[in-house]
Each structure stands twice: as structure tokens, then as C-alpha cells.
Design a protein around this ligand. Structure first.
Ligand code: PFF
Length: 445
């Protein structure tokens, strides 16, 4: 372990901690994924189940991960190993998962860049589906945008925790909130929007099945970035005295608010019948094209998506880079270069798998879908179960208690609730949903 010799970076204050962690949480998961998953799973009914998952599973797990990071002040692998000998593999599992997510997440991030430019220059045309499929299945065009996005990320990471991540979050997050509010006011101002909105948020329980619960849980974990070391590494950069639970509550509230507002924006545009991942990239430009000043709205929307993606991808990159810096003793520059190059290779495979390499399939899926499904359906629930067991059962309870009650700012009465959720509710509930989800997934293969 060489971290003793490496001076660790850290966030300058509480606001920086909240903005950076909210930046990790708020991403494509909120603006691209949440609306289409909601519309596929019964609208309001899904949202209720999702909110339940956020409160009962996501929030305690986020608190747990912040606490592990803050207490150990280490990269994910050393963090678990320091708190309990022989458990470093749990951090490694998180790092591998986040790296696999980076493989496809950066590709979609690249799309947002292309769409922002194409909207601003009015070059999408009128065949929205055609534009999307010819762009995403092309060889070089999507790759170039993906690489640009990865390189932007690289420079933020190389800037350091305070000079890069904190600074970028302080600029990006307020901008993101401002764009979100402008778009929300505009959509609610449209009368047809208000009507579409009531339809979508009215719960339709007939669409709820076992897989709805799995989808809601997976979405809750994904959107809060839990289990994968990203929140752990940010927790490790929190200043002493940062309120762990308070920060987690702020992050969860902001994240949930953004997801709901994004759903309002998208559904009030009247696109609730266009399901699937293409919702943001095909249906939205189409809707914007019929509005006055449509190009401006579309540009703002894709800029919003891009900013959200960038603030999330830096936390992923940082989780992996911290391993090379602290565990392998590399300079930040060198560690970041290794992660960037490896990401470029994986993202290239994911992007090509939508076009030139689309015939190459594993278990019926191309590389892009495989990375998405394997992490969302297998790795995220597993990491959720293991993190809950680790913090609830294996980590010395006095340490966790001290972390949360002394500096962490949870009053003594709340601590037993969090502990109960981590010891019993999370492992049991996540396991049940996980097992049923896997069975259903295999059946559908
Ligand atoms: N929470 C991000 C989103 O909702 O888009 C995704 C994410 C970020 C996943 C960071 C994992 C991670 F480590």
C-alpha cells in the first residue's frame, strides 16, 4: 500500500461534497433512463415502487458507502480491506463494474455531444429515427464524439480532486439545474403538456409485475451510483466534520427531484407512447421541432443531458483512477492515462457493436447491451447485497456508529433505523428481487 506516501486530495467544503456527489448521481440515469423505464412500467405505479426502493434501499446504501469511504480515507479496494481484513475484493468488484458501465455510458455521452451540436446547427433534419440509427450505427462519427467526451473527462480528472472534480462540479451543477428549471417551466406552460402529464403520472397497476420491482430497484441503485466505489471514493474526500447522512439525504433529494422533473419535461412534450432508449434521442428532437424556437429548446435539452453525463463519468473515472494512484503507486497523470486508454478501447467495442460488429453476440446480446444488462441486472444487486452485509454485519458497529452519530450528524434515534435497514431489509429484499429477476431474465433470453 503506498497511500501513506501519496498526499490525498479532498473537497474544500460541504457544498463541494454535495455538488460533486449529486453530480455523480444525476446523470443519464435520471434524464435518459428514468423516463423511458417509467413509461414502460406503468407510470405512476412504477414511480411509487421506485420511491420505496430509493428510501428503503438506496439511501441506506449510499450512507453506508459514504461512511466506508470517509472512515477509511482510501480507494475502494484498500477501504474494505482496511475495515475488514480480506475484503478488498468487494472494492475490486465495484471497480470492475464501474469500468464496464463506463464502456457503454461514454458512448451515449458521446451521442449527447453530437445531438447538442446538431440541434444548435439545425442539422438533424426531419427524419429523426433515420438520423439516430444512421449516426449510432456508423463507424467513425459516434466514436469521435465518444473520444472527445472521454478526453474532456480525462482533463478534469488530471486537474485533481479540488482543481478538477470540485471546480467542474461547481460550474456544471448550477448550470444543469438552471437548464432543467427553464425546460420544466416551458413544458408546463404548454397546455397539451399538462394533460399528457396527468396521464403518465396516474398509476396503472395492471402493468406491475415481478420485473417492475427489479427495474425499480436497478434504477434506484444505478441513479444513486451505489455499490461501485464512486460514492465511496467521494466519501473518502469529504472533509472531517462533513455530515454523512445529511449529505446523502441532500444527494438523494436532488437526484429524485431531477428524475421527476426530467420525466415531467419529457412526458409533457407528449411522447409517453414512444418507449425505449430512443425516447430522448428520437422522440424529443421530433417534439422540439414542432415548437417555436425548437432548436434552442433541443440544444438546451441535449446540453443538459451532456452535463449530467459528464458530472457522472468523472466520478466513475475517479473511482478507477484512485486504484492506480493509491494501490499501484502511480502518479495521477499516469493512472488517469491508463484508465482513459482502457476506456477508449472498451467504448470503441461498445460503439462498434451497434453497427459494424452487430453480428457478434453473447447470449443474444451485442457488447453494448451486454455491458448494460450484466451490470444492471447482475452486478448492481450483488454489490448492493454485499455492501449491506459488509456494513450491517461485518464492519465493527462502533465504527459505523461513530461515523454516523459523532461527525455524521445523524441523531441517535435515527441510527438504529439505518442499521436495521442495512442488516435486514437491504440484504433480504435485494436478494429476493435479484433471484426473481435473474429467473425472469433467463426465461426471456
Ligand atoms: N448515477 C449515474 C446516473 O444516474 O446516470 C450513473 C452512475 C454514476 C453509475 C457513477 C455508477 C457510477 F459509479
Amino acid at each position: 500500500m503506498s497511500q501513506a506516501t501519496t498526499k490525498r486530495g479532498g473537497f474544500g467544503g460541504k457544498l463541494a461534497a454535495i455538488l460533486a456527489a449529486a453530480g455523480s448521481a444525476i446523470g443519464l440515469g435520471n434524464i435518459w433512463r428514468f423516463p423511458y423505464i417509467t413509461s414502460e412500467n406503468g407510470g405512476g405505479a412504477f414511480i411509487l415502487i421506485y420511491l420505496g426502493c430509493i428510501l428503503l434501499l438506496g439511501l441506506p446504501l449510499l450512507i453506508a458507502e459514504f461512511a466506508v469511504g470517509h472512515n477509511s480515507k482510501c480507494n475502494p479496494i484498500d477501504a474494505y480491506a482496511k475495515l475488514r481484513k480480506g475484503w478488498g475484493w468487494l472494492g475490486a468488484m465495484g471497480i470492475v463494474s464501474v469500468f464496464l458501465i463506463m464502456g457503454y455510458y461514454f458512448v451515449i455521452s458521446g451521442w449527447t455531444l453530437n445531438y447538442t451540436i446538431a440541434s444548435a446547427t439545425d442539422s438533424i433534419g426531419s427524419d429523426f429515427g433515420g438520423f439516430f440509427s444512421s449516426f449510432t450505427t456508423a463507424t467513425w462519427r459516434p466514436l469521435i464524439y465518444t473520444y472527445l467526451f472521454i478526453i474532456a473527462n480525462h482533463f478534469i480528472i488530471v486537474g485533481g480532486v479540488q482543481g478538477g472534480i470540485e471546480k467542474a462540479s461547481k460550474v456544471m451543477m448550477p448550470l444543469l439545474f438552471a437548464i432543467l428549471i427553464i425546460l420544466a417551466i416551458y413544458s408546463l406552460w404548454l397546455p397539451e403538456g399538462r394533460e399528457a402529464l396527468t396521464n403518465v403520472f396516474t398509476p396503472d397497476f395492471s402493468k406491475v409485475s415481478g420485473s417492475t420491482f427489479l427495474a425499480a430497484m436497478g434504477q434506484a441503485f444505478f441513479t444513486l451510483s451505489v455499490g461501485m466505489g464512486a460514492m465511496l471514493i467521494y466519501g473518502s474526500y469529504f472533509k472531517d466534520g462533513t455530515k454523512i447522512a445529511g449529505t446523502a439525504i441532500s444527494v438523494v433529494s436532488l437526484d429524485t427531484l431531477v428524475a421527476l422533473i426530467a420525466a415531467v419535461i419529457i412526458f409533457s412534450a407528449g411522447v409517453e407512447n414512444e418507449n425505449g432508449p430512443q425516447l430522448a434521442f428520437v422522440a424529443m428532437p421530433k417534439v422540439f421541432s414542432t415548437m417555436p424556437l425548437g432548436n434552442i429548446w433541443a440544444t438546451l435539452f441535449f446540453l443538459l443531458l451532456g452535463l449530467a453525463a459528464l458530472s457522472s463519468t468523472i466520478s466513475m473515472h475517479e473511482a478507477v483512477t484512485s486504484y492506480f494512484v493509491e494501490k499501484r503507486g502511480m502518479s495521477r497523470n499516469k493512472g488517469a492515462i491508463i484508465v482513459t486508454v482502457a476506456t477508449i478501447l472498451l467504448a470503441t467495442a461498445a460503439s462498434l457493436s451497434l453497427g459494424d460488429w452487430s453480428d457478434f453476440k453473447i447470449a443474444g446480446m451485442n457488447i453494448f447491451s451486454l455491458l448494460d444488462n450484466f451490470t444492471a441486472i447482475v452486478m448492481l444487486p450483488l454489490l448492493g447485497i454485499l455492501t449491506a452485509i459488509f456494513v450491517g454485519w461485518l464492519w465493527k458497529s462502533e465504527d459505523m456508529k461513530a461515523e454516523l452519530t459523532a461527525q455524521g450528524g445523524v441523531d441517535k434515534a435515527t441510527y438504529p433505523v439505518i442499521r436495521f435497514l442495512l442488516r435486514y431489509v437491504c440484504p433480504v429484499l435485494v436478494s429476493v428481487v435479484f433471484v426473481f429477476g435473474i429467473i425472469e431474465f433467463i426465461k426471456n433470453l
